[in-house]
Design a protein around this ligand. Sequence first.
Ligand code: HEM
Length: 182
Amino acid sequence: MKGVIFNAVEDAVTTLYSADTWDDLLEAAGLSGEYTSLGSYDDADLLALVGAACKLTGHQPEALIRTLGEYAFPHLASRYPELVDAENTHQFLRAVNDIIHPEVLKLHPDASPPEFTFEDRPDGALRMTYKSARRMGVLAEGLIHGAANQFGEKLDVETISGAGEEITVFDIRIQAADEKAA
Ligand code: HEM
């Protein structure tokens, strides 16, 4: 996984907890923590950091990865501001597969981001299907919430099938303003 993702997760941990917590996690996972954005690192490092964070906080891995994804998004958005130039979350999400990750591949030819497909559902939901051998759909779910925060929207993301699998299907709905306030 590219170093920029580790940098984004470091930012998330620092936002949610503290810089010291990130150092504690590195130590617990036995990692040096020297992640440069252009470098590539073992996916196992990321999983070891998540494991250490679960031990430290008592959270379940899925919930923790989702939260880290949500709070990692601002780092990606600030590093690539030209890629988050959209009007709303749905428009932005539709660009992830055709514009954003392909642009990422130009900058990082050795990256292998996930593939997404989209379908408009009769009930108005945006069906987004994640596909990657990394089985990190739950990270995608967190990033989707992070993107919504960026656009000032709140979403319901329902996992339809394949949680933790290579293919995970989500139905995404924008919450009405009164639900937001609730
Ligand atoms: C500005 C926005 C974004 C940027 C710059 C970005 C960039 C990247 C980069 C560099 C990777 C690492 C790939 C690798 O190392 O092989 C990655 C992976 C990933 N991205 Fe994005 N991304 C963005 C938005 C999103 C969004 C909105 C989602 C969710 C819908 C998403 C889902 C993922 C997932 C789940 C991975 C982990 C790898 C996998 O599951 O195969 N990304 N992204």
